[in-house]
Design a protein around this ligand. Sequence first.
Ligand code: NAD
Ligand code: UD1
Length: 334
Amino acid sequence: MKILVTGGLGFIGSHTIVELLENDFEVVVVDNLYNSKIEVLDKIKEITGKEVKFYKEDVCDKSALEKIFKENKIDGVIHFAGYKAVGESCKKPLMYYHNNLMSTINLLEVMKDNNVKRFIFSSSATIYGERETPKYVEEMGRGKTTNPYGTTKAMIEQILEDLYSSDNEWAISILRYFNPIGAHSSGLIGESPNGIPNNLMPYILKVASGGLDVLNVFGNDYPTPDGTGVRDYIHVVDLAKGHISALNKITKSGPGIYTYNLGSGKGVSVLELVKTFEKVNNIKVNYRITDRRPGDIAENYADPSKALKELGWKTEKTVEDMCRDSWNFMKNNM
Ligand code: NAD
Ligand code: UD1
C-alpha cells in the first residue's frame, strides 16, 4: 500500500515514516522544508535501509499535489504538514489559517478528484480547550480553543466531519495528540526547533546543553501535587506507531470517521519531568520558578482507552525513555 505523507520530514512525520517503512508500506513524501531539513531523508534511509520518494513542494500548491497524485498511485494520506507554534499563531493568525486550512482543503479536493478516500489527520489535545475535568475523553467533544493554531485544528476536524457526512465513502481518522517528546533510539531523528523553544522538553534540552542559562518553570501554585503544570507526555515513537494502528483500522473497518486520543493517560508535572531528565542523563538542569504563563492550564491528560479498545494501541515507552532519547538526539546533533 502506498501512503502519501505530507510534512513527512518534520518531527512526528519522520518517525511515522520509519514505522511505515518497517511495516512494509511504500511512502511518498511532500514537504516544503519550512520547518525541516532535507538531511532527514538520509537519516530515514540509514535507520530503515529503505528509500522514499520525495517532493519538495508546498501542500498549498494544488497543481503540485495534482502532479504527485498523477505520478503515484496513492492509497491513503497522512497529513502532518502545517504550522504548530501556539505563540506565533496569536501574532500571525492569517498565516496560520492560510497554511493549515488551505493545505488541508487542497489536499482533500485532490484526493476526492483521484478517488483516494483514506485520510489520517494530526489533531491535538488543544481542541478540548479548558475543561472541568483534567482527563480528556473523545466524547467530550471540542471546547473553546484558546489560540489560532488550536482553532485551525478544531476547524479542520469540523471540515472532516462535514466531508464524511456529505460522502460516506471516506475513511478518516482524527488523531488528537497530547504532548509528544523523545526521539528515535538511534539518535538520528528527533525534534530540532529553530531559535528559543516554547515547549518544555526542547527548552530543557537547550539548558542542559548550555545554550540557555536557566529553565523558567511557569508557576508552582497550580492545584497539582507539586504545584507545577501537569501534562501527558508521549514518546514520539509510540505516537508514530499509533498512526500505523489507525491506518490499519481505517483500511480494515472501511468508511467512517474514527477519532482517538493518543496519549499515555498519565499526568507528569514540570518538576517531575525535570527531575527524571536529570536522573536518567546524570546532568543538571538549572531552573527557577517564575510567574504562570498566560493561557496555560493546570493539568490535562488523555483518556486513551478508546485507542486501546478499537486500535489495540497503547504507549509502551516510559518518561525515562523519553528523557533519555531526547538527550541522546540532542547530543548527537549539537
Ligand atoms: P513539524 O513542524 O516538525 O513538521 C511539520 C512539517 O510540515 C515540517 O517538515 C514543515 O516543513 C512541513 N510543512 C509545513 N507547512 C507545509 C506546507 N504548506 N507544505 C508542505 N510542507 C509543509 O511539526 P510536528 O511536530 O512534526 O507536527 C506534525 C503535525 O502534528 C502538525 O500538523 C502539528 O500541528 C501536529 N501536532 C503536533 C504536536 C506537537 O507537539 N509536536 C502536537 C499536536 C499536533
Ligand atoms: C502546547 C499547546 C499544544 C501543543 C503543545 C506542543 C495549547 C494550550 N497548548 O501545549 O497545543 O500541542 O504545546 O507543541 O495550545 N513549561 C514551563 N517552562 C517552559 C515551557 C513550558 O514551565 O519553558 C510548562 C508549561 O507551563 C506547561 C508544561 O510545561 O505546564 C508543558 O508546556 P508545553 O511544552 O509548552 O506544552 P503545552 O502548553 O501543554
